[in-house]
Design a protein around this ligand. Structure first.
Ligand code: ATR
Length: 263
């Protein structure tokens, strides 16, 4: 039996094992997918497990998507661009770090049938997931990306990675066609960003968070006649792409899979 896993800290609430194990069962594959709570010091051990074939593949989540980079043998071009790895696999004797978050986010945007070409996006947050979002928006031909973040430190790092960003100070709001929450604010249902977006109407609001289903950010946006989307499909599409890399099978996002995230 081939072993897959997701590594992170915390990891208890990850829904990846549920999703992947449904797909393993649906496709009658001899795989198992587990979750592993790790410390930073354990990252090298995971790479060794992959090298020794004790582990077949691995998803990487918060807070290790950057930390893992120094231990892999090779980065895919998208991981290199985003400085972020969420999927590990072995090719020959090399461990490859890849990023399926970009594809996940991009596909979820395509589902919305919203034309991003030459539009503007207001991105809130410059943390781990932001480069993947910027990459996907660029792939879709976005015209302008305005980014804000509570701390300046992460904003500076992000603008080192991407040149086409308009950086603005926290609590300043600019007009845009799409507003994206890429912060961790909202993971707890009562959390609220200290940004006043109440004047923004008839736009698209996207929250990378999918649990809770409707964060305060989306709830308020909906009240102001904005179209809303959460990160559920992004999560499913990134998982689908990782699964295909490891098993060669493109799993189907069935109602059972979607229901797992809705429950
Ligand atoms: P991860 O890599 O785990 O996603 P991260 O890189 O620390 O975590 O990203 C979390 C994001 O949420 C950051 O943009 C963070 O802003 P800071 O750089 O100021 O920490 C943002 N964030 C977290 N709590 C926040 C809060 N209460 N208000 C505004 N932004 C917050």
């Amino acid at each position: 039996m081939k072993k897959l896993c997701v590594i992170g800290n915390p990891i208890e609430h990850s829904l990846s094992p549920k999703i992947h194990n449904i797909w393993i069962k649906q496709n009658k594959l001899d795989f198992i997918y587990e979750k592993k709570l790790l410390e930073k010091e354990d990252l090298q051990k995971i790479i060794k497990e992959l090298k020794d074939d004790n582990l077949f593949g691995c998803n990487v989540t918060v807070p290790f998507k950057q930390n893992i980079i120094e231990f892999v043998d090779e980065l895919s071009s998208v991981s290199l661009k985003t400085n972020s790895v969420n999927t590990l696999y072995k090719s020959g004797s090399k461990i490859i770090g890849h990023n399926t978050d970009v594809m996940g986010f991009q596909k979820s945007l395509e589902d919305l049938k919203f034309n991003f070409k030459n539009k503007s996006a207001f991105l809130i947050g410059a943390g781990g997931v932001s480069p993947s979002i910027i990459e996907a928006l660029n792939n879709l031909g976005i015209g302008k990306i305005i980014v804000t973040n509570r701390s300046e430190d992460k904003l500076n790092k992000l603008s080192d990675l991407y040149e086409n960003l308009e950086i603005i100070g926290w609590e300043k709001i600019k007009n845009a066609d799409v507003y994206i929450n890429a912060t961790s604010v909202g993971l707890n249902k009562n959390d609220k960003l200290n940004l006043d977006l109440s004047d923004i109407k008839n736009k698209l609001f996207y929250d990378v968070i999918y649990n809770p289903k409707k964060t305060n950010f989306l709830e308020e946006a909906e009240k102001n006649n904005n179209r809303i989307a959460n990160g559920k499909m992004m999560f499913l599409y990134q998982a689908q792409a990782s699964f295909k890399i490891w098993t060669g099978v493109e799993p189907v996002i069935t109602d059972e899979v979607i229901k797992t995230l809705n429950d």
